[in-house]
Design a protein around this ligand. Sequence first.
Ligand code: ZN
Ligand code: ZN
Length: 352
Amino acid sequence: MRSWQIIRWGEPLEPRDYPDPVPEGRQVVLRVLASGICHSDLHIWQGYFDLGGGERLDITTRGIQLPFTLGHEVLGEVVAVGPDVHEVRPGDRRIVYPWIGCGGCPDCARGDELLCPRPRVVGTWRDGGYSTHVLVPDARYLVPYDGLDPAVACTYACSGVTALSALKKTGLRRDDQTLLLVGCGGVGLQALQMARAVVRGRIAVAEPDAKKREAARAAGADAVIDNSDPKAAVQAVKDFSGGGADAAIDFVGRPETARFALDSLRPKGGTLVVVGLYGDRLVYPLPLFPLRVLTVRGSYVGTLDDLRDVVRFAREGRLPPLPVTRVPLEKVNEAMADLAAGRITGRIVLVP
Ligand SMILES: [Zn+2]
Ligand SMILES: [Zn+2]
């Protein structure tokens, strides 16, 4: 197999050839058909998350060794299965659910794999899908996607479940409520497309980029706001929602987007869900948490059931396909540069 790997943090990926993996026990090997490039791949590739104030969360302290193969939105065709695998066989096509726990800790035993302290995530802890082949630790993490475009369906493994999980955390249940989506990149756009299937209420999208605002309009946002001037944009959200959004999801995760989202919430009882990992830190007055009865929570990817739900929405026609740009695997470095420069609407998907 040929994998495009991080050899040195932050430097262009390089191809490396290895023997095809041989699955043991419950393992499955897939030939990769499509592999999405997620914005978080850019952070992992750099080797750190920016915590602000000169502090970094170093990826190497989480146990990732180089060379490493990125790619956690992977879909492929089964080519080999371990002796204990009975639910799939060679030729089957599946999406890989990548957010896999250790399988042995109390969190995993309860089914809270996302809380596992020793994860085995495909593409962030273990070698992922920027490759011709990928090894999956257990066949239970493979989800069928029959009838869907592979290049779109692979994005459900991260972008899709992240959008669904964040939408659920807003808790919006009434038609007179307003949800504000901040940032309309790959995940923000996916959330907008999925919102009608998950939450009630009106949806406003804030996005400084004109092309992405156009995509939000086309995807049916009730209001589309340019937040390059945050003060005017806060007022626009308040005017649209009649006093402030009931919930906001920050898909960017920068100080200015989180602050804009908090300022756009209704005076009391609003919820902010932070999803984006862009970096730096938020400074916010502590007395306003109690006085505004604020809820601020983080949301990270989603569960195996979330992935099955997203696939079901798509099959039922309740989730229009995310715009995807197909790029040959060997063009991965150019594709990552395009994503980093914000030149992409929707998702880039690598095709080996
Ligand atoms: Zn991702
Ligand atoms: Zn565990």
